[in-house]
Design a protein around this ligand. Structure first.
Ligand code: AMP
Length: 366
């Protein structure tokens, strides 16, 4: 019999998941599928992950007693968001195993640190300028080609939130006052041809796998669709995977690392941002890949062999926002559609409330 790795955590153990959103829900379901139990810690009880977890600790992330309870209940812990005080992750790391670690979170939660990290590792990005004042914004804008760019908050920006488009003639004083940013980054506008993302898994024993890259479209800064296979040259897809593998190794990631890229007309890739966790652009793997990103995360943090990443059927993932999930009957009537409803309380416009995977099934040969 093959000897188990010393770090292998066997099915039956409890995986602690910090947070209670849809990524945590789908991770808990994948864990359960492999025979693990889950314990979540999250500030509110009424959330997607609470619907499917074995044990729920309702608590703010800074409550030391509850964090200790959480780590004591879990053989291994994970989290699927970066906007958390890294001291919380550091404290949990002293009590047990947690992936991703505090250092990766610190880099990925801060746009300037993230871009600096990309550049230090030879990964190209859009031109950018750190901005802490109106004067710095004005200086940065003067350096932008055609004066076009995006002002982004260094922290707490997601789904296009905390971003302001800058064009020739934009009133910079007004934008700066309106934004109220303490620390921001001004990015040159990128005339990209396509956007792609690559997700790689790296396990506790260093095994690595890269999922096929997805081709993404956004609407108002929010991911709209992810399509696989991506309609990009093979070399571009391969390079996106290679860069993500390189970064995962450099960051000593255990779990998943996602990198989002802009692909230019000439095939150049510019890294936009990264996330050390399952990613919305990887939801296609739930129906179009041998192993889903969520199962791969569980395998990686438990030291199990990583799963195969071959595409089983071409698929387009489409996000459902707000009340889009109310059209479930129509979506379910379509034989090519797989529907996921997260079970969030409140269907606010723009909020991710579900997604569909549209399978591009080939017509059956007669
Ligand atoms: P982000 O929050 O940085 O992921 O941005 C959300 C989306 O806005 C991206 O996926 C792009 O579609 C668009 N975007 C962000 N930054 C730029 C940029 N510098 N140039 C052009 N489009 C951008």
């Amino acid at each position: 019999m093959q000897s188990n790795s010393p770090t292998m955590i066997a099915p039956g153990a409890t995986i602690g998941i910090l947070g209670g959103g849809q990524l945590e829900k789908m991770t808990a379901l994948a864990a359960s599928h492999l025979g693990y139990r889950t314990c979540i810690l999250c500030p509110e009880g009424d959330n997607p992950a609470a619907l499917v977890s074995n044990n729920i600790i309702i608590s703010h992330y800074d409550n030391k007693d509850n964090l200790s309870n959480f780590s004591n209940s879990s053989e291994v812990m994970t989290l699927c968001f970066e906007n958390i005080d890294d001291a919380v992750v550091e404290a949990l790391a002293k009590q047990g195993r947690i992936y991703p670690g505090a250092e990766i979170i610190r880099i990925a939660q801060h746009r300037l640190r993230e871009k600096a990290y990309f550049r230090e590792h030879g990964v190209q990005t859009a031109d950018f300028y750190p901005v802490h004042s109106l004067a710095e914004l004005e200086t940065g804008v003067r350096s932008l080609p055609q004066g076009c760019g995006l002002l982004k908050s260094c922290r707490f920006g997601y789904d296009g939130k905390g971003q302001y488009k800058i064009d020739l003639g934009t009133d910079l004083a007004e934008i700066w006052a309106q934004a109220g940013f303490e620390e921001a980054v001004l990015e040159a506008w990128v005339p990209f041809k396509t956007e792609v993302s690559a997700i790689v898994a790296r396990s506790t024993n260093g095994e690595m796998r890269a999922f096929p890259v997805a081709e993404n479209t956004h609407r108002e800064g929010i991911l709209h669709t992810s399509r696989v296979p991506a309609q990009v040259p093979h070399a571009v897809a391969e390079q996106a995977q290679a860069i993500t593998l390189q970064l995962a190794e450099a960051l000593d990631v255990v779990g998943l690392l996602t990198v989002e890229f802009f692909a230019l007309e000439d095939g150049t890739l510019l890294a936009n941002e990264m996330a050390p966790r399952p990613h919305n652009s990887g939801h296609w793997t739930m129906d179009g890949c041998v192993t889903s990103q969520f199962e791969q995360l569980v395998r990686a943090i438990c030291g199990l062999p990583l799963g195969a990443v071959e595409v089983t059927v071409p698929v387009t993932m489409e996000n459902l926002l707000g009340e889009d999930v109310l059209h479930y009957a129509t979506q379910l009537a379509d034989p090519a559609v797989r529907l996921y409803i997260y079970g969030k309380q409140g269907l606010r416009p723009g909020r991710k409330t579900g997604h569909i995977n549209r399978l591009h099934l080939s017509p059956r040969a007669e």
